[in-house]
Design a protein. Structure first.
Lengths: 457, 174
């Protein structure tokens, strides 16, 4: 039989020798290919974890976006030149002269931004389904580390086009580092590679963006997935009124899980492509170190922190509050919880109503606070003899902490809930407040960072 | 039972083998520490002194007579403003806002520096008029020789507020 084959068949069978055999061997060969997939995925999964409303496909979407970013980033690397005199020109060249250059840049830009949103939603999903309870505590920490990596990647990538938007946003962001007590100035010099933003900064950001972060993600992502496998797969979803022990059936991964993942992937790719075709990634005039645009804003994911900066002394807005938040996030899986709620959305029905109440409180109180601070409250002027760190920092911060603690106590008593539900309501309160601060920073800040309606400046 | 005694010995007191194993691990640790130290030294930003003695960093602003009192002149190359105060004294102000590092333009009409980023404002001496800037604009050292003003832009001098001894006066002609 081999004698009758032509050259192309011989090449084909040399690559896929199994397909030469009889059909039953072919079947065996296919299972060999499937087992390649099963190196990454388990053989079988709990049927109930396939429920779309458990995961919303967010983890898979994040992986796919990282793959898209790797591919498009690699392509951009062939054109982009990380030197101040050439960076902006090479982007112009990419957009005007390179075939599909603008499209590839758009896909990279939008994937990066969408990834940040998806990762944030994934983080909320993990929190609200209680997927940080043992044995998944440490995977929560790995997830936070990857969240920071994605954030760093976005910031460092922001500078690379070297236009006015990039230059001044990064000036502000690295300017924030100066307020970290003790090591602030040293850290700023390390990040900028000198006292000003210049060629050294661009080299450093380029290296972090194209080598350090990808390497970190390549290590952390498999670690994250391996810990999911070690924990026996995803949390098993359980509606609050359902009996946890009912139907625990396992189904084969192929095709049950793989097919669902492919559907999510195809839809997401379509969405990214449509966005990339319709909306160009922003590019303003070339960076001019002598001319700050008005208003100069940080990237949208830092708009919340920039908004805090308008209300608190920089030491608190840029250092103490973010450090408090980070410590709180890291310690979430290590609190003592009264019940085990893994897999139940919002811990219980009561937890859900408490979350709604907390969200409503935040939606009402935060805008009132922002407006009041803009027009009425001026702690620094009311207490002229006290340094700004205290009058505009410690005092409002202490008030906020007290208010949060009172909120926790009131919620716990009012709903006579356990601490899972009460802590969750505090998380909702703070998360919603932060989202509102971010929205205000992005859309409601106009000329000179004054409060104004979108489009009215 | 010779083997059993041997095992017991290794648990109780360090044998030559376990000692050497520990030694290898320590050596590995030293090598790692060396690499980390090298990496840190490599990444540390170079001192401004490297820019030091070259002629670029000292900028000749011009003759004393060419500046009107109560005026501010921008020097783009040196990234500073030369302010001539009411009494004829000179201050070289950094154009970098002390809040987050934006460039502050001089508003001639209102006689103030207004930062476009977060609305900080400074008067002609660099003092803060409007928050959130935490301190006055940095200054650079000025020397006046033969009525020619020279500004040393190597190192900005940080200060909290304006003081009279920061001003440089030209020598009175006799």
């Amino acid at each position: 039989m081999p004698g009758q084959l032509n050259l192309f068949q011989r090449i084909r069978y040399s690559i896929f020798p199994g397909t030469l055999q009889r059909p039953e061997y072919r079947e065996r060969y296919r299972s060999f290919f499937n087992s390649l997939i099963l190196h990454f995925r388990p053989h079988s999964v709990q049927q109930r974890t396939l429920r779309f409303t458990l995961t919303w496909g967010l983890g898979g979407m994040a992986v796919l976006l990282v793959c898209i970013l790797f591919a498009t980033g690699l392509m951009l690397k062939f054109v982009y030149q990380p030197v101040p005199d050439r960076a902006y020109e090479s982007i112009i060249h990419l957009q005007n002269n390179v075939l599909f250059g603008q499209l590839i840049r758009n896909i990279h830009h939008w994937s990066g931004n969408i990834l940040l949103i998806i990762v944030f939603l994934h983080f909320l999903r993990i929190f609200f389904t209680g997927a940080f309870h043992p044995p998944r505590e440490f995977n929560w920490i790995i997830g936070l580390a990857m969240f920071l990596a994605v954030l760093t990647s976005n910031i460092t990538g922001y500078l690379l086009p070297w236009d006015q938007l990039a230059f001044w946003a990064i000036t502000i962001c690295t300017g924030m580092l100066e307020y970290i007590p003790g090591i602030g100035e040293w850290l700023q010099g390390l990040v900028r590679g000198g006292s000003d933003i210049g060629p050294a900064t661009l080299s450093i950001f380029f290296a972090i963006h194209t080598a350090v972060i990808p390497a970190c993600l390549l290590i952390l992502m498999p670690f994250h997935f391996w810990r999911v496998r070690k924990a026996g797969g995803l949390v098993i979803p359980c509606r609050p009124y359902e009996d946890e022990t009912s139907e625990n059936e396992k189904v084969p991964t192929i095709p049950n899980l793989i097919l669902r993942e492919i559907v999510v992937a195809v839809v997401l790719i379509a969405v990214v492509m449509v966005v990339a075709v319709l909306f160009n990634a922003p590019l303003e005039a070339k960076a001019n170190p002598g001319l700050s645009p008005n208003p100069t804003k940080a990237p949208w994911y830092f708009a919340g922190i920039q908004e805090l900066l308008l209300h608190f002394h920089p030491l608190f807005a840029l250092f103490i509050i973010p450090v408090f938040m980070l410590i709180a996030l890291v310690s979430i899986p290590y609190f003592n919880y009264q019940t085990e709620t893994a897999g139940v959305w919002f811990a219980s029905l009561k937890g859900r109503s408490m979350a709604v109440v907390a969200a409503l409180v935040a939606i009402i109180v935060t805008p009132i606070g922002i407006v009041a601070d803009e027009f009425v409250i001026d702690l620094a002027a009311w207490m002229p003899n006290i340094p700004g760190e205290i009058s505009n920092g410690l005092i409002p911060f202490a008030l906020m902490l007290t208010a949060t603690f009172l909120f926790y106590k009131i919620m716990k008593n009012k709903f006579s809930s356990n601490n899972n539900e009460a802590l969750q309501s505090v998380f909702v309160l703070l998360a919603v407040a932060f989202i509102i601060l971010t929205i205000t920073g992005i859309w409601f800040r106009g000329l000179n960072m004054k409060l104004s309606l979108p489009g009215y400046y | 039972m010779p083997t059993k005694t041997k095992e017991k010995k290794s648990e109780a007191e360090p044998t030559r083998r376990s000692f050497l194993n520990i030694l290898w691990i320590i050596l590995g640790g030293v090598a790692l520490a060396e690499f980390i130290a090298v990496a840190f030294a490599f990444l540390r930003p170079r001192k401004l002194k490297a820019r030091g003695e070259n002629a670029d960093s000292i900028i000749t602003a011009g003759a004393v007579e060419s500046f009107r009192p109560n005026s501010v002149t921008a020097f783009v190359r040196g990234k500073f403003y030369l302010a001539c105060l009411e009494d004829g004294g000179f201050l070289a102000l950094s154009r970098t806002c002390t809040h987050l590092g934006c460039s502050v333009p001089w508003i001639e009409k209102e006689l103030k520096f207004a930062c476009p980023c977060h609305g900080s404002a400074f008067d002609i001496t660099g003092n803060v008029i409007d928050a959130p800037a935490p301190r006055a604009l940095d200054i650079y050292a000025i020397t006046i020789e033969n009525n020619i003003i020279k500004v040393d832009t190597r190192e900005p001098i940080k200060r909290n507020t304006f003081r009279v001894d920061q001003v440089t006066y030209p020598k009175k002609k006799v």
